[in-house]
Design a protein around this ligand. Structure first.
Ligand code: NPW
Ligand code: ATP
Ligand code: MG
Length: 358
């Protein structure tokens, strides 16, 4: 993989981070067969590279391990309007192999999310403005952060934003949660309404290498406008993505779309393995939960601890590849009626196909 990255990225004078053995450019073009769909300069991750990355970060299952060692993930999201998004993200984390998955959401959302699955640990602690008198806002914010603080150090990764909504009081509380997570060195995957919060307050993530932003087309456009003060330009797409990551400062960005582009401001990788033509809502939420697990696993893997690879990049590549494999399997059987819940049902078999349990 590294040889290919070198060959293509040297043109852009980007610093390459080494992950292992490389195949050559021709092999990778043949494997993906989609070079023309990539932004110029984006480096496609071949199927064999993807498999190597997934295997390098996925931990073995051993009877000596205790509950929690395979990952404790928390989703901050879920409000009156949206209960599906935090559920998709949280259940995906469990289906991939995390041991515990928590959801911090509003009271309205909590009972609904619990009813989807007994596997999730749901904390009904967030508050929206409509439910709170002005004079109580400060006390409510303090209560929310105190509740989250009881747990935060135990988590291996937070996902901020799936179905969070845009209520100002709620977003103020989530800003505080993010500040505490940063102080405690907890990785954060930021998606959906979390990205709207971050776009309006870049300080929440800037300079934090354990932050991963996963914008869709709209979220990316708003980030580019805010940070680079220009419009999205796909003619120069790789360079623009690179500039965006640099502009925010030290975060990793996964730009979602027909191909997923991933950068930490140094390398730009592209995942364009075939997924599914169904664009049902919720696939980005599955991705956020998946990236959270793989990022948490990657931090403890030899490729990060001994070779110094960036766990955020590995987590993004692994999450993107697995989602696409699962979407492809779901589409094979469900065709036009494929839904996000069908894709979630294929996460386990997709990972088992690549990293079988010994
Ligand atoms: N079941 C649930 O609970 C789910 C809840 N979710 C939660 O919803 C919240 C808001 O997230 P979001 O993604 O809907 O908001 P945003 O990015 O503003 O997009 C809004 C509009 O942009 C457009 N549009 C989208 N893609 C486009 C494209 N490729 N190219 C062009 N246009 C495109 C499209 O507009 P339209 O086509 O309708 O005009 C779309 O409707 C957030 O909390 C999220 O987590 C979701 O996770 C889904 C499952
Ligand atoms: N045109 C496409 N072709 C193939 N795969 C795509 C395409 N667009 C998105 N995807 C895949 O779907 C995943 C989710 O991307 P999407 O742009 O739908 O996110 P989103 O809008 O945040 O989703 P959500 O509905 O969960 O909010 C991406 O990781 C990507 O792999
Ligand atoms: Mg989304």
């Amino acid at each position: 993989m590294v040889g290919l990255l070198d060959a293509v990225l040297r043109r852009q004078q980007l610093l390459i981070r080494c992950l292992g053995q490389h195949s050559n450019k021709k092999d990778i073009c043949n494997t993906t067969g989609k070079m023309q769909s990539l932004l110029s300069g984006g480096v496609p991750v071949s199927e064999s590279d993807a498999i190597r990355i997934l295997r390098s970060v996925t931990p073995s299952l051993e009877s000596s391990k205790h509950k929690g060692q395979a990952g404790k993930i928390a989703i901050v999201g879920g409000c009156r309007e949206y209960t599906g998004a935090p559920y998709y993200s949280a259940i995906s984390a469990l289906k991939i192999g995390a041991d515990l998955s928590h959801v911090f959401c509003t009271q309205d959302a909590a009972a609904v999310i619990k009813s989807y699955s007994p596997e999730l640990i749901v904390h009904p602690i967030l508050e929206e403005s409509y439910n709170v008198r002005d004079e109580d806002r400060k006390a409510i914010s303090a209560k929310v952060i105190a509740e989250v603080d009881k747990w935060i150090e135990r988590f291996d990764c937070l996902v901020i934003g799936p179905g969070l909504g845009r209520d100002p009081l709620l977003l103020d509380c989530v800003s505080d949660i993010m500040k505490h997570a940063k102080e405690s060195n907890i990785p954060m995957v930021i998606d959906g309404d979390g990205l709207s919060l971050v776009t309006n307050c870049l300080d929440l993530v800037s300079g934090y290498p354990l932050a991963v932003l996963t914008p869709n087309v709209n979220e990316y456009k708003r980030l580019v406008q805010k940070v680079l003060q220009c419009e999205v330009n796909d003619e120069n797409g790789t360079q623009q993505l690179h500039s965006l990551a640099k502009g925010i400062g030290g975060v990793t960005i996964l730009r979602k779309g027909g191909s997923d582009y991933i950068t930490d401001g140094q390398t730009v990788s592209a995942v364009d393995l075939y997924g599914s033509p169904r664009r049902c809502g919720g696939q980005g939420d599955v991705l956020s939960g998946s990236v959270a697990v793989f990022l948490a696993w990657a931090r403890k893997s030899a490729v990060v601890e001994k070779e110094g690879a960036n766990p955020a990049i590995l987590g993004c590549i692994a999450g993107s590849v697995l989602l696409r494999k699962a979407a492809s399997l779901a589409f094979e059987s469900k065709r036009r009626s494929t839904l996000t819940t069908d894709i979630i049902e294929h996460l386990g078999t997709s990972l088992e196909g690549i990293c079988p349990v010994a």
